[in-house]
Design a protein around this ligand. Structure first.
Ligand SMILES: *Cc1c(COP(=O)(O)O)cnc(C)c1O
Length: 356
């Protein structure tokens, strides 16, 4: 079978070596005589997979013991509710409105507490990260940001510091660049972009933030209770966690997150360099805030955009259509997208430009 280059925003590409290893281990894991999918989550063999997965993530992100690491279900979206339910102790929270997911997260939080929008770039179609400096309330229960805006293709290049606990939705750029975990109160991410298959969310919580959960916080969303139970109050996504572990090992094999970051910077540079010199394609996101994970671009003509997406798919470059709220094209080039995939896209774009 010929694998395509898949620029899907999520679920997205997984490293081929990870898929091949999963394939090899699918029917029988080690000498257990059973698939990981068939193991009890309470069994010794499964717990060893779970613990290895957690340890790999701790190593990759240098997560100190003062933080809990959880593997939960419900994706990032469930955390939009879990965040206010776990942290909303005084009932006031700050949100930076830098993209659609940030907006949805704030709207969900507003069901439980008073949301203060510190800064927003919504009026300008989220083409930049709004200026938040000096505007956040240090006494808020927390300050929520989205480190990478998946739909619009922008990223925070600087982090708010020294105020309320920083809560970050890192769904679309976790493990793609080095972050100092100690700058955050909470980091969460849906798995299907940079961690593994869909159906899993990783939550990293500073333990001193435990004890603030609202009474109505459902048990399954309660981070402290989940931490006490190794994320196994009920049956976790056992196979998703195993797959995440394989992806973590793959990053470790490449040299860790800093090595991954170098590769990602180069991949993004290849695309943006071409976009900057192109006469046909334009990149709507402001230069200073360009995402390294989601590169958005347009031709200015809906017909040409359509033709581009269709012709690219025929050439084995699939899922390049932009989000319906932005139009145009978007190339999601997460960790698992090889540099060759980006080069193939640039070559295709050059040919397309020459033809049109
Ligand atoms: C994809 C994405 C989400 C939604 O994730 P689900 O796992 O589908 O809930 C939330 N935030 C960001 C930044 C995303 O990229």
């Amino acid at each position: 079978m010929n694998r395509v280059y898949n620029y899907s925003p999520g679920p997205s590409m997984l490293p081929l070596s990870v898929l091949e290893r999963a394939q090899k281990e699918l029917v029988g894991f080690g000498d257990t005589g059973m698939s990981v999918m068939e193991m009890s989550h309470r069994s010794k063999m499964y717990l060893s997979i779970y613990e290895k997965t957690e340890k790999s993530l701790r190593d990759l992100m240098q997560i100190p013991d003062t933080y809990a690491v959880l593997f939960l279900q419900g994706g990032a979206t469930e955390q939009f509710s879990a965040v206010p339910l776990n942290l909303g102790v005084t009932g006031k929270a700050d949100y930076i409105d830098s993209g659609n997911f940030a907006h949805v997260a704030a709207a969900e939080a507003a069901r439980y507490l008073a949301v203060n929008t510190v800064a927003s770039s919504r009026e300008d179609n989220y083409t930049y990260i709004p200026d938040w400096k000096g505007k956040a309330n240090p006494d808020a229960d927390y300050l929520h940001i989205t480190t990478n805006n998946t739909i619009y293709g922008t990223r925070f290049t600087e982090l708010p510091e020294g105020g309320a606990p920083l809560v970050a939705d890192m769904s679309s750029n976790i493990l793609s660049e080095v972050y100092d975990v100690t700058k955050f109160g909470v980091i969460y991410a849906g798995a299907q972009k940079n961690i593994g298959p869909a159906g899993l969310a990783v939550v990293i919580v500073r333990k001193d933030l435990f004890g603030r959960a609202a009474k109505i916080c459902p048990k399954l969303m309660n981070w402290e209770k989940q931490a006490e139970n190794q994320s196994m109050i009920n049956t976790p996504n056992t196979y998703g966690i195993y797959m995440a572990g394989l992806c973590f090992e793959w990053i470790q094999g490449l040299g860790g997150v800093s090595a991954m970051e170098k590769i990602n910077i180069e991949k993004a540079r290849l695309l943006y360099d071409f976009l900057d010199e192109s006469e046909l394609f334009k990149a709507p996101a402001q230069k200073a805030y360009r995402s390294r994970m989601n590169v958005t671009f347009v031709t200015g003509s809906d017909e040409l955009d359509d033709a581009f997406v269709k012709e690219a798919a025929k050439a084995g470059l699939v899922n390049l259509k932009g989000h319906r709220s932005v139009g145009g094209m978007r190339a999601s080039i997460y960790n698992a997208m090889p540099t060759e995939g980006v080069k193939a896209l640039v070559t295709f774009m050059k040919d397309f430009e020459a033809k049109h």
